[in-house]
Design a binder for this molecule. Structure first.
Ligand SMILES: NC(=O)C1=CN([C@@H]2O[C@H](COP(=O)(O)OP(=O)(O)OC[C@H]3O[C@@H](n4cnc5c(N)ncnc54)[C@H](O)[C@@H]3O)[C@@H](O)[C@H]2O)[C@@H](O)CC1
Ligand SMILES: [K+]
Length: 483
């Protein structure tokens, strides 16, 4: 599991550790890890050209010390200082004595050092950054983006918000980010995530209380441990039945795709209720179909409602009053009333994309995209539900009162290939099936998002995919995750 901590928690842990260590020891650990990562990226250090972008804080200090280590290994290192009188003094001395060159940031305009570098090290600002980059720092970020060389961000890409993943204006776009002590939420959440490139975590000895985590990202092993597995005495009912209320005369395909996901999610049976039974059965004869309303459909252990419903709210009251987990997606999100959802005693999972989330919150879509973490938490609070906000970094927020032990989750397997019609229907069926199989709401949502993202990558393999391909690839990635 990857775990991210907010700046305040990281700072507290740093203070506690610094009190026990000789002065400067922590920065040396950071700089050693950074220099090693830079050397790996360069391949050959000797003779390489390295430009350091150096701000006025300790982030710049890390860059200067790492630059000194690389200069001693034969790299040509030039530091560009944004505030020459406030740059880290002993870091500067170390770089100079290792043979590095020190210039003011304005020198880049006349020398083009950044553009010609093999490696640009972004030490403009780290966890002490406030607001958007100042104009001169923004110019260096632009120069780094135009450079032929690789860009490595120190701790965080400068210009992104460490705690929220928001990006204020210009920000560094790194090929890799070397972060110290702990991941920060901004490294895992878009839009900042897209600026960070490959992540490398350097252990500098910080002790972080697991209960204070802001964000967790499940990895293969975590998901493997959550996958439902039928026991010897299981029959289809014990494995869980998932009920799907989806589709309409106009959108029968949504029903087929939700069922396609549900059939691959571990439940023992899928029950379909709605007007697209014929389309569902002709594609998936194993589906149990019911003609009447959801209340008369027989027992289910979880409901999925919403994909392709159009304006048909007729099944909603039945489903929301059932004492089993309910997943609400797509049209269902618009049709469900917040008060009714809040009043439910069994868990509710909601799965909006940014546009749907914006409509529920009554804000512009752009605000949700810029502030994904705050948006998903606000929705979870408003609806007292587990909310999965879809996107290239899908977020899953638990309902309030779920305790510190259940931080927001972020899914690491997303891929742009998932932006294809109907893929959300597959996700809702899959996640509903995991709920029916007995997973807790946040686990079902995180496992569903994880498998769904992997399935899209597996199916795409560098070419466009359809939602059906994604559903069909779920068993392969399930096997892969289980090892
Ligand atoms: N505290 C510690 O124990 C350690 C800190 N380390 C490094 O120290 C960093 C934090 O250092 P600081 O607290 O000095 O803070 P930073 O170096 O992140 O930033 C603070 C400085 O940047 C300037 N600044 C703030 N916002 C800016 C903006 N938008 N545009 C341009 N300049 C801006 C401020 O004037 C201030 O001087 C970490 O990110 C990490 O890289 C590492 O050396 C590991 C140990
Ligand atoms: K940085």
């Amino acid at each position: 599991m990857r775990t991210a901590y907010d700046v305040e928690t990281v700072r507290t842990a740093e203070r506690a550790l610094m009190a026990r260590l000789p002065e400067g020891a922590l920065m040396q650990r950071a700089a050693a890890g950074l220099a090693a990562a830079c050397a790996d990226l360069l391949g050959k250090v000797y003779g390489s050209r390295i430009a350091l972008l150096v701000g006025s804080g300790d982030n710049g200090g890390d860059a200067l010390y790492a630059g000194a280590r690389l200069a001693r290994r034969g790299a040509g290192v030039t530091a560009l200082l944004l505030s020459p009188d406030r740059a880290h003094a002993s870091g500067l001395a170390a770089l100079r004595s290792a043979g590095g060159t020190v210039l003011g940031a304005e020198a880049d305009a006349s020398t083009g050092i950044v553009g010609r570098a093999d490696l640009v090290v972004d030490g403009i600002v780290g966890i002490g950054g406030k607001g958007g980059l100042r104009p001169r720092a923004a110019q260096l970020a632009t120069a780094a983006a135009a450079s032929d060389g690789l860009t490595v961000a120190v701790d965080l890409p400068s210009g992104v918000d460490a705690d929220t993943g928001t990006v204020h204006g210009e920000a560094v776009r790194a090929d890799a980010t070397v972060t110290f002590g702990a991941y920060k939420p901004g490294l895992l959440v878009d839009p900042a995530r897209a600026h960070a490139g490959a992540l490398r975590l350097i252990d500098i000895g910080l002790e972080l209380p697991p209960g204070r985590a802001e964000l967790t990202a499940l990895q293969h092993d975590d998901v493997a441990a959550l996958l439902p597995e039928p026991a010897g005495e299981s029959d289809k009912y014990r494995r869980g039945v998932v009920g799907v209320v989806a589709g309409s005369a106009r959108y029968p395909g949504a029903a087929v795709l939700a069922v396609a996901g549900a059939l691959r999610g571990g439940a023992g049976a899928v029950r379909y209720v709605g007007p697209a039974a014929q389309a569902v059965l002709s594609r998936f004869p194993e589906t149990l179909v019911s003609a009447g309303p959801p209340a008369g459909a027989g027992r289910v252990q979880a409901w999925v409602i919403g994909p392709g419903l159009g304006d048909d709210a007729s099944g909603l009251a039945d489903v929301l009053s059932a004492d089993v987990p309910v997943l609400i997606d797509a049209d269902g999100l618009r049709l469900a009333d917040a008060k009714t959802v809040r009043a439910r005693t069994a868990p509710t999972v909601m799965t909006p994309h940014a546009g749907e989330a914006a409509a529920l919150l009554g804000v512009e879509r752009g605000r949700v995209e810029a502030e994904r973490l705050a948006s998903v938490r606000e929705l979870a609070e408003r609806y007292a539900a587990t909310v999965l906000l879809k996107g290239s970094t899908t977020l899953i927020a638990p309902p309030p009162g779920d305790g510190d032990s259940s931080p927001t989750r972020v899914n690491p397997t997303g891929t742009p290939w998932l932006a294809t019609a109907g893929s959300g229907d597959v996700l809702s069926g899959l996640t509903g099936s995991l709920l029916a199989a007995g997973l807790a709401p946040a686990d079902a949502a995180a496992t569903g998002a994880y498998l769904h993202g992997l399935a899209a990558r597996h199916a795409a393999d560098g070419a466009p995919v359809s939602a059906q391909d994604v559903a069909a690839a779920i068993p392969a990635v399930w096997r892969d995750v289980r090892g």
